[in-house]
Design a protein around this ligand. Structure first.
Ligand code: G6P
Length: 368
């Protein structure tokens, strides 16, 4: 066990550190010399895509949160309508599926029963099944028409970290690939996004160098009864994943909301000292996010913001800022989750929980 942890105290922190490598493997193994994306023999021709009028992304837990970012990327880059659902709900709502549906299952283990059952249902109704899976040869992989493997390597900690960032990488690649096949992204734009995607391992690495501030914040907040996460645009999805990380290993009551929804309820819960983690990485939505931060601060909240490097202005509004390297708005989830995984980890360590095996949770849920 100690040898497998390679000197780290827990698998979770080891796996957090393995993210640059996982992202890089997932990406670089699928680029040819001309920077074209080559997807493990997945054949998606223009004709195939013309025949697809809808994509369903279905998953559970962290993989579901990756799917939410996946929807954002596919709709934005490839301009195909996408729905995302948790597997346990999808099956029971009689979804509209036929031969023109592409069903994307996302699963680290490839053994989650709800995801598998949803996949079978979609297959029975004639959908084409593509899965994004980490474990080679797993049930989800075997039952899919096409498989996109995330090269995260074995993930041991129950709280998923490197599987998530490699799932995001997979979705960006799929979205770019679909966009070029469909011809709705020119080569220049494609190369520009790809070039930025290729900087992700290095940028993720830079986030793993110095986390004194994160440890300091964790030390100051490990006794909190509740924590709120908020964001706008793709940041909302990161907020959900960050909140899940915190609650599953620290047992703190945390939840995430779209910042625009604050005034429709959650703001009633904000009082002096409430910790609000505000993701503010989206340039387009930045001003709106800033006013949401002001709203909660005016009610006494302590705000930890996540923002892009170079944004000094936010320091005037938030109590603390955790910076991520500057990047395109669309790709920021790969980076912005990292300080929040670390925050969850250090809070849990301070509370003395069983970080790698939190109570009541399993790595892979093979029951309904
Ligand atoms: C469990 C794990 C989560 C995971 C979810 C889905 O709840 O604790 O970390 O996100 O299952 O698992 P999968 O293997 O399908 O990605």
């Amino acid at each position: 066990d100690a040898a497998e942890k390679e000197g780290y105290e827990h698998f979770m922190i080891k796996e957090i550190h393995e993210q640059p490598k996982g992202i890089s493997e997932t990406l670089m193994r699928r680029l040819d010399k001309e920077d074209n994306i080559v997807l493990d023999g997945i054949k998606l021709t223009n004709e195939d895509l013309e025949n697809i009028n809808k994509i369903y992304i279905v998953a559970c837990g962290t993989a579901y949160h990756a799917g939410l970012v996946g929807r954002f990327a596919i709709e934005k880059f490839a301009k195909i309508p996408v729905e995302v659902d948790v597997a346990s709900e999808f099956r029971y709502r009689d979804p509209f599926i036929d031969e023109k549906t592409l069903f994307i299952a996302v699963s680290q283990s490839g053994e989650t029963l709800d995801t598998l059952a949803a996949l079978r249902e979609a297959k029975r109704k004639g959908a084409r099944i593509l899965s994004i899976v980490n474990v080679v040869g797993s049930s989800v992989a075997r039952e899919s028409h096409d498989v996109f493997y995330t090269w995260a390597g074995p993930e041991i900690a129950v709280a998923s970290t490197k599987a998530y960032t490699t799932q995001l990488t997979a979705f960006y690649m799929l979205a770019l690939h679909m966009a070029t096949i469909k011809g709705n992204m020119d080569r220049e734009q494609y190369l520009q996004i790809l070039k930025e995607l290729k900087t992700m391992p290095e940028k993720a690495q830079s986030l793993l160098k110095d986390f004194a501030e994160i440890q300091h914040q964790a030390a100051g907040h490990f006794n909190n009864e509740s924590v709120f996460f908020m964001g706008r645009g793709v940041d909302v999805h990161v907020a959900h994943e960050a909140s899940l990380k915190l609650k599953e290993i620290s047992y703190i009551n945390s939840f995430a909301i779209a910042a625009g929804e604050l005034k429709h309820g959650t703001i009633a819960l904000i009082e002096k000292g409430t910790l609000v983690v505000a993701l503010a990485t989206q340039d387009r939505l930045y001003d709106k996010m800033l006013s949401n931060i002001q709203e909660v601060r005016a009610r006494g909240a302590y705000v930890v913001a996540v923002a892009k490097e170079g944004n000094k202005e936010i320091e005037k509004t938030a109590d603390v800022v955790l910076y991520i390297p500057d990047t395109m708005d669309e790709l920021s989830p790969i980076l912005s989750i990292i300080p929040l995984q670390l925050f969850a980890y250090y809070v849990a360590v301070a509370r003395g929980t069983d970080v790698d095996k939190p109570k009541n949770l399993a790595k892979s849920v093979t029951v309904e």
